[in-house]
Design a protein around this ligand. Structure first.
Ligand SMILES: Cc1cc2nc3c(=O)[nH]c(=O)nc-3n(C[C@H](O)[C@H](O)[C@H](O)COP(=O)(O)OP(=O)(O)OC[C@H]3O[C@@H](n4cnc5c(N)ncnc54)[C@H](O)[C@@H]3O)c2cc1C
Length: 486
């Protein structure tokens, strides 16, 4: 679909009670709650990308093998946000995935995340399994090797179910008489309105709603990772301070699913953390995809690697993949941690044209993996990446930590350090700058003024980096908006 029909109109401008910018997890679950609780507020949801059924990445592996840099990236942008084609792992935990508990406290944070889980099960995910780290001895086994398992429950929806659930929720939102879904429309600026104390939202020059002006009493910025730079710009204009965060850099590991089966069958996703005594760096496993696929991800034109898997057994691969990420914090005089991560990813792109692939045995033997060596590999890759030498990409400290972690994991899960274990570079977890928000997610200016009619939530605020926590913040803000409606 192109442009949703206008439901609200005011003089020659659009007038809404609330405008959401971005329609990712945070806004989707916020809108769900507003519809469910029968809010009568006039709401605009303005989304840069396409409607869910129109989102299609042109990479088909045959005609188009690598990123063609679409104007709007269908993987990251559009209805449902960055998580729409993801593995749909909803980690119900405050141990990772964001800092929601810092703002709301553990109790409210868990209540909201379990509520999101209830929505998912009611909207199509009833049969999706819930895994938990409690009730098994993995934590103890891992400790023997100085590996620390973080506690979490995880509902694994799988790429297919995740999409189905989103389709159901968005259909419900679309039908609400008081909500305008405005796709293919990037917001350019958000300014205070002198007229009525609300906000003036201007859209970008291109697109069906080019240079339109939308007025809203309240604005909820939920622009995600792809909109994080834009959000930072809005904050700078409004005098809202930002704190720079860390960047996590590493590889995606792929190996035969049988190797990790004893672990993935028990907990599906295990977040194992290791502090390397030699390099003094922290490395962790991240985003585990049993029987999954390695995929390319495009962040602001830079190609990185990620992974996903399907709930449907017929669509499974023979491999499991997961990321190994090394945390990088910077001190004076350098602050731009994301730029550092981008440079490493760019270097990988420069050397390989995109994602680089190396066998662990070749890395240990200080030799490049080439096409011939890959043909000999017993482990067959699920992503057609360019064989190369990761030593040319990663700083020594990062690479040493990754190698040490793989050898450590091999003690817990024998076979992890096999010669044919595949390593894809580069996986980067960019952490958005943390916006100065209060405990209700209202931004607070450097002068200490709280913007009561603005909320900044989800990944663009730097307070979350997961589906579960972004969605939970969405529900929290929806309830705030409902409270004020009474
Ligand atoms: C491939 C992949 C797999 C992932 N898998 C998982 C997983 O299994 N589990 C997990 O917990 N997390 C996962 N994540 C992370 C997860 O998707 C995000 O943490 C989550 O989507 C954040 O939700 P959000 O609403 O804050 O932002 P997003 O989902 O990123 O949504 C933000 C939306 O805002 C729009 N936008 C941006 N700027 C503008 C603008 N100026 N005007 C209008 N619209 C704008 C974007 O187009 C986007 O649709 C994955 C991410 C990726 C990319």
């Amino acid at each position: 679909m192109g442009v949703a029909p206008r439901k609200y109109y005011w003089r020659d401008k659009y007038m809404y009670d609330v405008a959401f910018i971005g329609f990712g997890a945070a806004a989707v679950y916020a809108a769900y709650e507003l519809v469910k609780q029968k809010s009568t507020q006039k709401i605009a949801i303005i989304e840069k990308g396409k409607a869910l059924d129109k989102r299609k990445c042109p990479i088909d592996g045959v005609r188009v093998k690598s990123c063609v840099h679409c104007k709007s990236c269908s993987i990251m942008e559009g209805a449902g946000g960055a998580g729409s084609f993801s593995d749909g792992k909803y980690n119900i935990t405050t141990n990772f995935g964001g800092d929601i508990a810092m703002y709301l406290g553990d109790r409210t944070a868990y209540e909201l995340m379990w509520y999101v889980d209830k929505i998912n099960t009611e909207m199509g995910g009833a049969e999706c399994r819930l895994f938990s780290t409690s009730g098994n001895n993995l934590k103890y086994e891992a400790l023997k090797y100085d590996l620390h398992l973080l506690d979490a429950s995880v509902r694994h929806l799988g790429t297919d179910k995740n999409y189905e659930i989103l389709t159901n929720i968005i259909a419900m939102i679309q039908e609400a008489p008081n909500i305008d879904l405005i796709y293919n429309t990037a917001v350019e600026s958000v300014e205070r309105s002198e007229e009525n104390g609300g906000w003036i939202i201007r859209t970008q020059e291109e697109g069906p709603r080019s240079q339109e002006t939308i007025h809203a009493g309240k604005v909820v910025i939920a622009a995600g990772r792809s909109g994080s730079k834009w959000t930072s710009g809005v904050c700078e204009q409004l005098g809202i301070p930002l704190r720079d965060n860390r960047v996590d850099i590493g590889v995606r590991v792929e190996l035969p699913a049988q190797i990790w089966k004893p672990v993935t069958d028990q907990v599906y996703e295990s977040k194992l953390v290791y502090r390397d005594a030699g390099t003094r760096s922290v490395c962790r496993t991240f985003c585990m995809n049993p029987y999954g696929y390695v995929v390319t991800e495009n962040t602001n034109g830079i190609l990185t690697v990620n992974g996903h898997s399907f709930e449907d057994e017929a669509k499974r691969s023979e491999n499991t993949n997961f990321a190994l990420l090394v945390t990088h914090h910077f001190t004076e005089p350098f602050h731009d941690s994301n730029a550092y991560g981008e440079s490493i990813a760019r270097l990988t792109n420069m050397l390989s044209g995109g994602v680089m692939l190396q066998r662990f045995g070749d890395l240990l033997g200080n030799r490049r993996t080439n096409r011939k060596r890959m043909q000999d590999s017993f482990t067959k890759p699920t992503l057609d990446a360019e064989p190369g030498n990761l030593e040319l990409v990663f700083p020594k400290l990062t690479l040493d930590t990754i190698i040490n972690m793989i050898e450590r994991l091999d003690k817990l899960v024998p076979g992890t350090a096999n010669t044919d274990t595949l390593l894809y570079g580069t996986e980067v977890k960019f952490y958005n700058s943390v916006v100065n928000v209060d405990n209700d997610f209202h931004p607070v200016t450097a002068e200490g003024k709280t913007e009561e009619s603005m909320y900044i939530i989800g990944d663009c605020s730097g307070t979350t980096h997961s589906l579960s926590q972004a969605a939970a913040e969405g529900v929290f803000v929806a309830r705030e908006l409902l409270d004020r409606e009474k």
